[in-house]
Design a protein around this ligand. Structure first.
Ligand code: SF4
Length: 893
């Protein structure tokens, strides 16, 4: 970006091209009141509190561009007086409490700095408020109609839930739907509260009045909910959280957050938190000391190894835990127990991404930074609902579309972004591979490919070309249900764009042929030359859990060591052995579903489940419970007595993400710091400490006594991470991997010169379409798709223990009006959903978001039993469950 140089009160200052005079004044070290301005928003110029003189004219600095060479005056008496009068006029219409001592709002601060006393505020008030929402309270008397909240909701969040109503001095913010705030379209991102300059919109409780512009000292950390990786500032008082604010300089969130990261921290102080270890005696879990619990675990692990060898022990590590904790868990299993039986829940979500992207490009991470994706002129969003599941990314994608990017959405449901799509493709669940082949067919047929790229940087074109002959649009329409014209239109948009990008989610991976889905989706970017070049922004998975990328990066996988060295590769093992000082087993370990099968077969004698409620989130839940019953020792590290913890022999109370130290890796491969804002409750310990303690109880020393030391040690095992350290992240904020050198930046964009495959080329996949594991029939005529809803997260153990439950209180089954009519289901009534594997109880919600013949529900309420419905079918390459296709029937009960 080229700069613009101007003079501010005689001082020369350079600002980016297009910057406003207000930005220039601030860059010069001066400040002005600017009550309708927020640098995250388009300028309004309505409050006239930032008046300056430029080129002889008196202008509002926030809406006036900084023209090269212009001379700006801010400090003359007449300008000060004009600004003071503007602020006084605004303040005088408000009731006295607007300027009360201690009010931290921008207006009150502006008045204090200008010597405008509290007695200026003489408004009568009496307009009332709205206390209906758990996270956003409105005091109409303090509203100055600056419109910042309305613009925040529209421009940053993209929800358009707010408007200004009334005339003249009576103008006030209101939900666009009318009625109470709680019944509006508000998704509680907190952006309106954060920008309000007067305290008209506030977060209830001790945080009332705090905004991102006026915040007390806070702990900077990274959100522990989804994989977006929002930087958050946690404000505390007396060891308790006062509020959580989005970091203005957060590399991904840029001053934004969602209802989970921003508000859903009530679970921290829930009386249901586990505070002492529990040990099963006579069938009951009883509180015991840590020594007793650890002794029991150590004896149980030793006994299991003695009876069945190291292969009879397994651990499920956690995509919620830090990198350092995952590193330590896999090191414990490999170096102390002597097995590769360690896996993490990426097995259940993005293991096909890891396998597919590695096969296509040689590395398992998304190919581009999200900042690059956001520069794309055509977004292909596939099998993802980021507006609800990754809200900050959803908002950024929507912003890009509202600023002119074309959008193709491929998803069976009318997900949030679909309303803004140029083309919405709605394939039948389980037919992705055919859909992607259909798009590729059109790219080839219409010459929308990059021939030079294919010649120089890719392999597999002849085989793919031959296969694609079988996927003309009409045939693909028959398989997928997507009209041929829509398919062609979508391919032309993607193929004709200057720099297209693909973003995808679990709707691509959680299938019987999920890895084929990833690979055939990647084909599109390869055909188009839109990966590893400046002619596009690649293929980018939206990771579900906060650290699902990092858990795999750290080697909590049965076949891969930290940094993705194969356990079967002697060189990779030798690197780890040199650091750990013990042999590393070379036989790949058990995947999660295989662990359960081994337990049911009597071959697994000890299972340690860390931070995963496998009984609630894994498919075919009845079989999971059977496995836990069959396993002689089940250890569970948890925050709450989850469905899994209830079935464990030992339950270890652990710290949450707000209580621990380490790092996470977000969906676009950025390492970011996690810092403890509050202490864990009672005797709860971090997973890092617990793994060390279990190792000690087995007379083993894992080394790396601190998380910082663990990351450094991981870098010695894994060259991909050799340049990373806590110190560096403390200085730089976020660093993407690969990062091989402490003195060089990480690689935000992958594969620029060559792909990481053995031959350095991208590999096109000629995988034929194969049908899903289940199909609708007369007995089970509907297809169930599961996914997330905006207010909740995974099994809901955190989001249900707080006010998010009021926002989304029941587990709903979405179904189309035609199906509701056919099966005599009325909106709002309880229904039983039955599959070949189990049954669940839900509340029907009738609407057109779901296509005919399909139903949708979340898995946020374990008591509903949704994962008793899902089948044992799993991706043929990675064993990722086929959550997206289960044949069911709906019965009114
Ligand atoms: Fe946290 Fe994801 Fe929400 Fe950001 S978008 S605040 S990372 S849950």
């Amino acid at each position: 970006m080229t700069g613009t140089e101007i003079q501010v009160d005689g001082t020369s200052v350079a600002v980016p091209e297009g910057a406003s005079l207000l930005a220039a004044v601030r860059a010069a070290g001066s400040d002005l009141p600017a009550l309708c301005s927020d640098d995250r928003l388009s300028p309004a110029g309505s409050c006239r509190t930032c008046l300056v003189r430029a080129a002889g004219q008196t202008v509002a600095a926030c809406v006036t561009p900084a023209a090269p060479g212009v001379h700006v005056e801010t400090a003359t008496d007449d300008l000060r007086q004009l600004r003071r009068e503007a602020v006084e006029v605004i303040a005088s219409a408000l009731p006295p409490r607007a300027l009360a001592d201690g009010n931290p709002g921008e207006l009150a601060e502006a008045c204090r700095s200008m010597g405008i006393g509290p007695d200026t505020a003489q408004g009568a008030g009496g307009r009332g408020g709205d206390d209906s929402h758990p996270y956003v309270h409105l005091d109409r008397d303090l509203c100055i109609a600056c419109g910042r909240c309305v613009r925040m909701c529209a421009e940053v969040q993209g929800t358009f839930a707010l408007t200004l109503v009334g005339r003249g001095a009576d103008t006030v913010v209101a939900p666009g739907t009318g009625g109470p705030w709680a019944e509006s379209d508000c998704v509680a991102c907190g952006g309106c509260v954060d920008t309000c300059p007067t305290g008209a919109l506030t977060e209830p409780g001790p945080a009332r009045g705090l905004t991102s512009a006026h915040r007390p000292p806070a702990t900077r950390t990274t959100c522990g909910y989804c994989g977006v990786g929002c930087a958050l500032d946690v404000v505390t008082a007396g060891g308790e959280i006062t509020t959580v604010l989005p970091a203005r300089d957060g590399p991904v969130n840029q001053g934004h957050a969602c209802v989970k990261g921003r508000f859903a921290h009530g679970y921290i102080t829930s009386p249901e938190r586990l505070t002492r270890p529990l040990l099963r005696r006579d069938g009951r879990l009883e509180p015991v000391s840590w020594d007793e619990a650890l002794g029991h675990v150590a004896r149980g692990l030793r006994a299991a190894v003695a009876a069945g060898g190291p292969e009879s022990v397994a651990a499920i590590s956690s995509a919620r835990a830090t990198n350092e904790e995952n590193y330590l868990v896999q090191k414990f299993m490999r170096a102390v127990i002597g097995t590769n039986n360690v896996d993490n829940c990426s097995r259940l979500c993005h293991s096909p991404s890891a396998a597919g992207l590695t096969a296509s490009f040689g590395l398992s991470g998304g190919t581009d930074s999200f900042d690059d994706v956001e520069r794309s002129d055509c977004l292909l969003v596939v099998g993802a609902n980021p507006v609800e599941a990754h809200p900050v990314v959803g908002a950024r994608l929507l912003r890009r579309v509202l600023h002119g990017a074309e959008l193709v959405v491929a998803d069976p449901r009318a997900v949030g972004l679909a309303a803004h799509a140029d083309v919405h493709l709605r394939p039948r669940p389980g037919t992705n591979v055919a859909l992607f082949h259909g798009l590729a067919h059109v790219l080839l047929a219409e010459g929308l490919t990059d021939e030079a790229f294919l010649r120089e940087r890719a392999t597999g074109l002849p085989e793919l070309t031959e296969l694609l002959a079988d996927y003309p649009p009409d045939r693909v329409a028959d398989i997928t249900g997507v009209p041929a014209a829509d398919l062609i239109a979508a391919a032309r948009l993607y193929g004709g764009a200057r720099s297209p990008a693909i973003v995808y989610g679990l709707g691509v991976t959680e299938h019987l042929h999920g890895t084929d889905g990833v690979r055939t989706l990647a084909n599109l970017a390869i055909l188009r030359g839109a990966v590893g070049t400046d002619r596009g922004h690649g293929v980018n998975p939206l990771r579900g859990q906060n650290n699902v990328q990092g858990a795999s990066d750290m080697g909590a996988l049965p076949d891969l060591l930290p940094g993705y060295g194969k356990v079967t590769d002697p060189a990779a093992r030798a690197r780890a052995e040199a650091v750990w000082g013990v042999p590393v087993p070379e036989r790949p370990g058990l995947r999660i579903p295989d662990m359960f099968a081994a337990a049911r077969a009597g071959r697994l004698r000890a299972l340690w489940v860390i931070g995963e409620d496998v009984c609630a989130t894994d498919p075919d839940a009845n079989k999971v419970a059977e496995a836990l019953r069959a396993c002689p020792l089940v250890v569970c590290s948890e925050l709450f007595l989850s469905e899994t913890a209830r079935r464990a022999d030992v339950v270890l109370p652990v710290a949450s993400w707000l209580e621990k130290d380490g790092t996470f890796v977000n969906f676009d491969r950025r390492f970011q710091r996690v810092r403890p804002a509050v202490p864990p409750p009672g005797e709860a310990r971090s997973d890092f400490d617990v793994v060390h303690a279990v190792a000690s109880a087995m007379d083993a020393d894992l080394g790396c006594p601190t998380p910082a030391a663990a990351l450094v040690e991981c870098g010695r095992v894994a060259p991909l991470f050799a340049g990373l350290s806590h110190n560096r992240l403390d200085r730089e904020g976020a660093v993407p991997w690969p990062c091989r050198d402490p003195g060089r930046p990480g690689e935000a964009k992958l594969h620029r010169d060559r792909f990481a495959t053995a031959d350095g080329r991208a590999h096109l996949a000629a995988a034929p379409y194969l049908p899903p594991g289940e199909h609708p029939d007369d007995d089970y005529p509907l297809i169930l798709v599961t996914g997330r809803r905006w207010a909740h997260y995974n099994s809901g153990s955190m989001t249900r223990r707080g006010a998010n439950l009021a926002l989304d209180p029941v587990d709903l089954l979405d179904l189309h009006p035609g199906d509701a009519h056919r099966y005599a289901v009325r909106d709002g009534e309880p229904v039983t959903v039955e599959s070949r594997h189990g049954r669940a109880r839900l509340i029907a919600r009738v609407g057109e978001q779901t296509a005919p013949g399909q139903v949708f529900c979340s898995f946020h309420f374990p008591t509903s039993g949704v994962n008793r419905l899902t089948s044992h079918h799993a991706d043929t390459v990675t064993s990722c469950p086929e959550y997206k296709v289960t044949a069911v029937r709906v019965v009114v009960t």
